[in-house]
Design a protein around this ligand. Structure first.
Ligand code: PNS
Length: 164
């Protein structure tokens, strides 16, 4: 049973994240999509909202026999990964600019917990410029999100700004 953690903020989940999860399913038997609880950041969506949305959109992706779970965690990622008996941490790398930061994190995580490997995965080229940060910026400035996030996520973003 090969279990991986796919950690992140997922604020919101993008098609790039879902592409990585689909690809990760070809390598692992179980992937835990783990949302970081970060009290220092003011998120667009609450942890509960992000968990709910992830659970909904994961139903529409091709995951074969791979088990997908959504969870959240606080503190060190490697502590969480050990507690979950995970073998690996999956991170998506879109461009060389991601690599430096991701390499630092991967090596620090390895130093903290040598038994857990970080696996870098590349999303489809179509998503190589898609990030949650840009999705929020485009949305808040009135741009279309077609193809960047699932329709459900765009709808929830609209509901969120209408409600506030
Ligand atoms: O989606 P993000 O915001 O790029 O994800 C970053 C994340 C959650 C992977 C990273 O911030 C993290 O692992 N935070 C947990 C705290 C931790 O373990 N810090 C040491 C990392 S070397």
């Amino acid at each position: 049973m090969r279990r991986a953690i796919y950690p992140g903020s997922f604020d919101p989940v993008t098609n790039g994240h879902l592409d990585i999860i689909e690809r990760g399913c070809k390598l692992f038997d179980e992937i835990i999509i783990a949302i970081l609880v970060n009290p220092d950041k003011q998120p667009f969506f609450s942890i509960e909202e992000r968990r709910g949305m992830l659970q909904e959109v994961l139903q529409d992706i091709a995951h074969g026999q791979c088990i997908l779970r959504v969870d959240d965690f606080e503190g060190l990622l490697v502590h969480y990964a050990v507690a979950q008996q995970a073998h690996a941490i999956v991170r998506g790398i879109r461009a060389i600019s991601d690599y430096e930061y991701e390499l630092q994190m991967a090596l620090m995580n390895r130093r903290l917990e040598p038994n857990i490997e970080t696996v870098f995965m590349m999303p489809a080229e179509t998503y190589s410029y898609v990030s949650s940060r840009l999705v929020k910026e485009v949305f808040l400035l009135g741009g279309e999100l077609d193809g960047l996030v699932p329709p459900l996520i765009e709808a929830r973003m609209k509901e969120k700004v209408t409600a506030s």
